[in-house]
Design a protein around this ligand. Structure first.
Ligand code: AGP
Length: 607
């Protein structure tokens, strides 16, 4: 996934390049292995460009000229998909005559045959990327009007793109186009800003227009032309939301703001006296939902683990058979689906290619598609029949934290909604609603363990292997805890159902292989105690996540982190938080870049 910015000032802005670079920096979490810009320089009457490998700061070091007459400008920060991380492969890319310049986010699936044909026609390629094909294809059709040439070229493209294009021979405009990769236009007072997501425009305007698939827009200093009238939308974030607010890292900020993000996920959605959930985004499919006989949850990474916990919730309280698939598996296996199946996707970014692929596969089969999404206006939100926004606010850290607890909260709300359409009693519905409303306060209490968890991380910082175990609602949290540690500190970690240990993983246990055991006082507590004793019998160290008031656990484990007592179905929302903090502090202790871990990107918009 990459970050794209197109900037065009409505009047002469001598700092347009600086403005573009600042906007690009807000997208650096989307990809940061190389970056570049290209701009029409009105005085020199040519397109100037600079690129660099590494963070955007490396590009800034290479900019010796202020290019005060640069307007428009396109900029790009890359997460490599096709072509090594080199300066040559950094975007923007251009055609043979250096007339057409463009920045691209996505994958051109048919770039090889297109490149072969264009080479046959005499085009000379200089990069290993798929993107360069688009520049030469536009060159092939260019006869003086940029948007016409772009539209003709895109007709040959198979794959995904978010694209910004400028031209030397047809200057003073940006042409932008979108197919699957997100793109929006910020309607500023003095400028237009095209970007991959709201973080890049929010400092200038909250008024945006989201492009839909297949749309091509032409932006000049005077106006903004697109195929059809579209009402601008309002970004709901404040700029400080997308900044660190005094924390050393976005990841810690986002862990610590979970009381608020859960509050926001619940706001206006609990009807206590009727023991039900009000989910406006489902109004259009309310009746159809009451007829649904099974749910297939589809998601990736952390969102998939949320889905696994959701499976337990939906089956126990809404009595709906539920299964969970990885987005990357769903459309390649032969799922047995019928018209009474709903496909429920979960995605923080709403742009994950594997999850989008599942939505499109489900729609092929005329199934109801639902989305639990954090980013408003994202592709999942726009392509599903209905859904529920998390309202967790921007999650900038690559590791998903507040999005996960919001996803679990929304899954509990959805369970309540569907359960009360079925056999779930008024009394139980009221109990769930009440417990949900107490979550923000309980989360705050868990966060008070931060210093203690930092100490535990220091104690274990030199261990290179960890096992995470849990059962039932906390089995998915064992998987998530292991993922958090892996992706933030690069330490090997295994997540397992505790009952599975005796079938193999226990062979790993010795004094050098500690275990996190998630053992709240719930229906499987005794089973967990037996598993913990099996580990202790092999000199394994155990860190327990247990329920406040459990004094017994202290006698058999090495460290305990307590969480408040709540309904079993809601314990994952509390038990995951110490694991998030542990992974964070281990990453910091090991000197890792916890906000931008190596090899990862915030949203994987390629397959
Ligand atoms: C989680 O910490 C990872 N960053 C990753 O697994 C992420 O959850 C996954 O890529 C899904 O992203 P989405 O929720 O935006 O679809």
């Amino acid at each position: 996934m990459c970050g794209i910015v197109g900037y065009i000032s409505k009047k002469d802005n001598p700092n347009s390049l600086r403005t573009g670079i600042e906007a690009l920096k807000r997208l650096e979490y989307r990809g940061y292995d190389s970056s570049g810009f290209a701009a029409w320089d009105r005085n020199k009457k040519e397109i100037v460009s600079q690129k660099a490998v590494g963070r955007i700061a490396e590009l800034e070091k290479k900019i010796t000229d202020n290019y005060i007459s640069a307007n428009p400008i396109i900029l790009h920060t890359r997460w490599a998909t096709t072509g090594e991380v080199t300066e040559k492969n950094a975007h923007p890319h251009c055609d043979c005559k250096k007339n057409i310049w463009l920045a691209h986010n996505g994958i051109i699936e048919n770039y090889k045959p297109l490149k072969a044909q264009l080479e046959k026609e005499g085009h000379k390629f200089v990069t290993e990327t798929d993107t360069e094909v688009i520049a030469h294809l536009i060159e092939k059709f260019f006869q003086g009007n940029l948007e016409e040439a772009v539209k003709k070229a895109l007709a040959y493209i198979k794959g995904t793109y978010g694209l910004v294009v400028i031209s030397k021979e047809d200057p003073n405009k940006i042409v932008a186009a979108r197919s699957s990769s997100p793109l929006l236009v910020g309607l500023g007072e003095n400028e237009y800003i095209v970007a991959s997501d709201p973080s890049a425009v929010i400092a200038h305007t909250k008024k945006v227009i989201y492009l839909d698939d297949g749309e091509v827009v032409t932006i000049t200093p005077e106006n903004f032309l697109m195929g059809r009238e579209k009402e601008p939308e309002e970004i709901e974030w404040e700029i400080e939301d997308a900044q660190k607010s005094g924390y050393p890292h976005f990841m810690l900020k986002e862990i610590m703001e979970q009381p608020e993000s859960i509050e926001n996920s619940l706001r206006g959605r609990l009807i206590f006296e009727e023991g039900r959930a009000k989910l406006g985004g489902l109004n259009s499919v309310r009746d159809k939902l009451s007829q649904i006989e099974r749910i297939n949850i589809v998601a990736c990474g952390t969102a998939y683990y949320a889905g696994l916990a959701g499976e337990y919730m939906l089956e126990e309280y809404a009595n709906i058979p539920t299964e969970v698939d990885f987005g990357s598996e769903f459309r390649y296996r032969k799922p047995v689906l019928n018209k009474t199946t709903a496909v429920l996707t979960i995605s923080q970014s709403g742009e994950t290619a594997d999850t989008l692929g599942a939505i499109r596969e489900a729609k092929e089969k005329d199934l109801m598609t639902l989305g639990i999404v954090n980013v408003v206006g994202s592709t999942v939100a726009r392509e599903t029949d209905a859904g529920v926004y998390n309202h967790a606010g921007p999650e900038i850290g690559v590791a998903s934290t507040k999005a996960l607890t919001s996803q679990l909260t929304v899954l509990a709300l959805l369970t309540l909604f569907l359960g009360r359409q079925r056999q779930l009693s008024l009394v139980m519905g009221q109990r769930i609603a009440k417990e949900l409303s107490l979550l923000p306060g309980m989360v705050k209490k868990v966060l008070e363990n931060n210093k203690k968890i930092e100490e535990i991380a220091k104690k274990y910082k030199d261990y290179n292997n960890f096992l995470y175990i849990g059962r039932k609602y906390n089995f998915p949290i064992a998987l998530e805890g292991a993922l958090k540690l892996k992706e933030i500190s690069y330490i090997h970690a295994e997540g397992y159902g505790a009952g599975e240990m005796k079938h193999g993983p226990i062979a790993l246990i010795d004094e050098k292989f500690p275990t996190f055991a998630i053992v709240p006082s719930d229906s499987v507590y005794q089973k967990m105690i037996s598993n913990i004793e099996e580990i202790k019998a092999r000199r394994g160290k155990v860190i327990a996540i247990a329920t406040e008031g459990d004094e017994e656990i202290k006698k058999i484990v090495d460290d305990v982190i307590y969480i408040p007592k709540t309904l079993e179905m809601l314990t994952p929302i509390l038990s995951v938080i110490p694991l998030q903090l542990f992974a964070y502090h281990m990453g910091v202790a090991r000197g890792c870049d916890v906000d931008k871990p190596r090899n990862l990107a915030k949203s994987v918009t390629v397959e």
